[in-house]
Each structure stands twice: as structure tokens, then as C-alpha cells.
Design a protein around this ligand. Sequence first.
Ligand code: UD1
Ligand code: CA
Length: 463
Amino acid sequence: MPMTAIILAAGEGTRMKSRHPKVMHKLLDRPLVSWVTRAAREAGADRIVVVVGCGADEVRAHLANEKDVECVEQTERLGTGHAARVALEATGVNAGPVVILNGDLPLISPETVRAFADSVADGSHAAAILTMTPSDPFGYGRVELADDGTVARIIEQKDCTPEQSAELLECNAGCYAFDGALLAAHIGEIGNDNAQHEYYLPDMVEILRGHGHATTIVHCADYREGLGVNSRVQLAELTEIARDQINERLMTEGVTMLDPKTTWIGPDVTVGRDTVLLPMTMLWGTTSVGEGCTLGPNTRLTNCTVAENVSLEETVGVDVTIEKDVTCGPRAYLRGGAHVLAGAHVGTHVEIKNSTIGVGSKVPHLSYIGDCTMGAGVNIGGGSITCNYDGVHKNRTVIGDNVFVGSDTMMVAPVNIGDGALVGASSCVTKDVPADALYLERAEQRIVEGYAAKRLERLRREV
Ligand code: UD1
Ligand code: CA
């Protein structure tokens, strides 16, 4: 039977004190809701349904990037039970395992979601709920056990007596699996006679038990997996946990970190063995880094592909590809579409955009290279710039192999510089340069012997 995952993400998240819906707040590099869709996807969900409501447009616009996700709108927030019901009615799901996940449950693992789906798929249980014992249970729904050791019901924090709040330490994590047919048949029975006058999804457990169906709780050995985000303090706590989990995994796999506390890496990043990450390095999105690299200090890469044995010091890269044996920085800025080929060097205060830097070519100091195709073995003198923008169009500069461009050269695109050409320092190149030619554009120099000393003498006499 196909597995459905329903993610509840319609709530406002009042305690975040934000103009954005809670599930759009980022944990590391991605919104909370995307951590949960990711867990559902990796657990093998056949259908992923997200219930949106508060800030629905913002959540929908973000989820448009996740092609396998469907959104359903809950127009009034009447509680988690109501949100789940809206999802079932809109999608017509009434069979197979249905896993329901709170949208603010980012650290849930795909393995747990999968195990949950399996626990109802074989027909042995009508429902399973994930529980945990966090160090501070305040705010969570508490699990009351029946005499037979199974769950009797879940009591929300606001409905707990002080005694229940103090004694019931087992908490509902907000991850449920249901038999889809039984859920669809009985979800209408959830009432709202409680402190918040809301329809509580956890009440489903008691309802199904009342109909004589078996339910089970699965205690999460590592309570961190079940933590929810209701405030920015909790967001910061979970961010730290996510950082440590990712860094520990990478170090186990052979990556060195001088200071794991200041090394920030997103969940989809890969890093090869013997790569060294220095402090304040941030690797986001789909970045992949090969073996034997040294990144940082202060390097930030987003959606970059980096081959092996690359050194990037104080480098910012977004949507770029860097081949093996490249060195960059300190202070290089590589923007969209930059492709730095093997053995090239991009030096200090250099910006590269939408350009290929050829094999072994060097752009060592204070340059801007934009919309340029550069061959192999090129040297670009300090302070040289491709003038790629005429105010309307972006124009290309094409530089052949083994070209030597002197310092402070302006290359006014569109322009071609042929293989082996030599451009004299301080030239403004506006015409194509043939292969092996010299291009020089420079005013004639004058030397007047003794002039400076005489001028100084004259000026001093005047005071
Ligand atoms: C909920 C559980 C609680 C559990 C805790 C775990 C209920 C009634 N309580 O409490 O037992 O311990 O999660 O973190 O379920 N949402 C909607 N529509 C609504 C209301 C909420 O989509 O009408 C969504 C929210 O966006 C959120 C999720 O459901 O992602 C949970 O809602 P939240 O208000 O955070 O519930 P808690 O009070 O944390
Ligand atoms: Ca919550």
C-alpha cells in the first residue's frame, strides 16, 4: 500500500514573534518545513502533503521548488486534528499507512518515519506515536499510560493538572502513524472540549482505542530527534544540535575541523576525506567538496562543486565549479557560473562571475573578470578588469591561451585577445588583438631632467 506523509504547517507560530510563518524559519540553511519534507521523502513516502495556512503564499512559493510535494490549505486554524482532517478530505487518502508529522519537527530521521509507517502497515496497530523524555518537558503533550502499559491518552500541557505536569514526563513528539482507513473513518470524532477549544490530533489515539484497536508508542532513544521548535530560543538550540550531528558525521567520515563549533554545514553537503575545514567555514545547499582540500578560515560556499586538493581561503562562492589543484583567496568572490579549471589561481580581492578561468591561469590581484572565456596559461596583471556591461548588455571577453595581460588593463567587451598575445600595462583594449601580437595603448612619456627639484625650490621661495 502506498505510504502518505502529511505535514502540518498551517500554524502561525505565535511564540516566534515574526511576520513569517514558523515553518519558514531556517534551521541551518533551510526552512523547518523542508527538513520534514526531506525526512518524509527519504523514508520513501509515495505522497507528501503539506497543510498550509498562516503565510500560505510564502510556504507554497518555497515548496514550489520541491516538485513531489502537494499543498492543501487549512483556512482556519482549529487545531492539529482539524489540519489532518482537512488534508485527508482534500486528498481523498483513506488507505495505506499515513504518517503525520508536525512541521516544526526538523530533526526527525527518515529511519524513524519509515519504521513508523511499517508499524501500522502490517495491520498489527491502528496507530503509533513517537514519544521522548526531553530535559524540559514543559509545553509538550504528556503521555498517560494505561494499566497494560500501552498509551491511554495524551494530555496537552494546557489541560494538565499541576500533578500531571510534574509526573508525566513522557512527551508526544508530534510524529504519528495511522492505518489510513481507520484514520479516515474516525477522524471526525475528535472534539474540541479542551482548554484551547482546538481539535487535537493526539486525541485520535484514545478514540481508536475506544473502538478496540491496538495502538503503540515508540520511545525515541535520542530525545533530540523529537524536539519541536516553538520559539527562537528553541530554534537556536536545535540549530546547534543539527550542526553537531552533521559535523560529527563528517569527522567520522574523515574530515578534519579545527573548530567544529564555528564550522557550519548544511545537511546535503558532502565533503571528501582529508579535507581540512578551518573556523568560520560555511558550506550550504548542494555543495560538494572533494578530498584533500583546505577551506577557510572564513570561506562560505553555496551550491558549489569543488574537486580535490583545492585551497580556498576567505573565499565566497555561489553556484560555481572549481576543479582540482585550484587556489583562491584570501578574499576571492566567485559568483554564478564561474568555472575555475585545474591548477588555476584566483588571488586576493578578485571577483569572478560567469567566466571560465583556464587551466593553470592566474588572476592574482584586485581584478574583476565577468562574462569571460579564458584559455590556459593566462596571466592577468593586478587591477585588470573586463568591462562587460555597457549599461544595457552584458558582453563577452574571450582571452586565448598563454595571453599576458599587463597590470591595470581595461578589456572593453565584446573583445577577443588571441593566443599568445601581449597586452601592455595600463592599456584600454577596445579592438580585437590578433594572436601573438603586442597591444599597447599608452600616452607618450616625457622626461624633463631636474624639473621636480626646481619646482619644489620655487614653491618654497613663495612661502
Ligand atoms: C503539539 C501536540 C503536542 C506535542 C507537540 C510536539 C497537539 C494538539 N499537540 O503541540 O502533544 O507534544 O506538538 O512538538 O497536536 N498546525 C496546523 N494547524 C493548526 C494547528 C497547528 O497546521 O490548526 C501545525 C503547526 O503549524 C505545527 C504543528 O501543527 O507545525 C504543531 O502545532 P503546534 O501549535 O506547534 O503544537 P504544539 O503546541 O507544539
Ligand atoms: Ca510545536
